[in-house]
Design a protein. Structure first.
Length: 179
């Protein structure tokens, strides 16, 4: 019994190659699928992600059903992710190349329907995402969909007391001219 727990069914090198290859392939697939896969998971997206993990399981483990093989695969996966994230952080150009950039979906009162369609996000999903952040469309100047799948909203600036006083002074001056 102990033998089956610790004896690797495949070589550690093969395990590393399989794990890194599947990790990279999934990164590319998720990148090609778009930011929506990361942003607004609906039930269909969730099912696909769950099935995806099951589909690639055999590609990672191969003929190895041992505990040691599973743990080795997990360590390799976490290490590969750490290395990729660290390298992307240290090299912004590399990070942007693998993650992509933000997509502006709303700017200066105009909704970019084309950008939303490209990301497969409906107007309703977009408005609902803003509401989850406590914002309405008329409250924001600009909204971008970040590479991680989150909406980054820039609220319209609130009028300060100085702004209000300037407006009042301008109104009073206009009233004086009318008299």
């Amino acid at each position: 019994m102990i033998h089956h727990l610790v004896h690797l069914g495949v070589s550690p090198t093969e395990k590393a190659i399989r794990t890194v290859a599947v990790y990279m392939a999934l990164l590319v697939l998720l990148h090609l699928a778009g930011k929506r896969q990361l942003a607004q998971l609906n039930s269909f997206d969730l099912v696909v992600l769950l099935l995806l993990s099951n589909v690639v399981q055999n590609a990672i483990i191969g003929d190895d059903l041992s505990l040691a093989g599973g743990l080795l695969g997990a360590v390799i996966l976490v290490a590969a992710n750490y290395a990729l994230v660290h390298f992307a952080f240290m090299s912004p150009r590399f990070g942007k190349a693998i993650q992509g950039g933000a997509t502006t979906v709303f700017d200066d009162g105009h909704l970019d329907e084309k950008a939303l369609r490209r990301e497969a996000i409906t107007n309703e999903e977009f408005v609902a995402a803003l509401r989850r952040q406590g914002l309405e469309l008329h409250d924001v100047e600009r909204v971008s969909l970040e590479p991680e799948g989150t909406f980054n909203a820039t609220p319209k600036p609130k009028a300060s007391l100085d702004d209000v006083m300037r407006k009042l002074t301008a109104i009073e001056a206009a009233l004086q001219r009318v008299k």
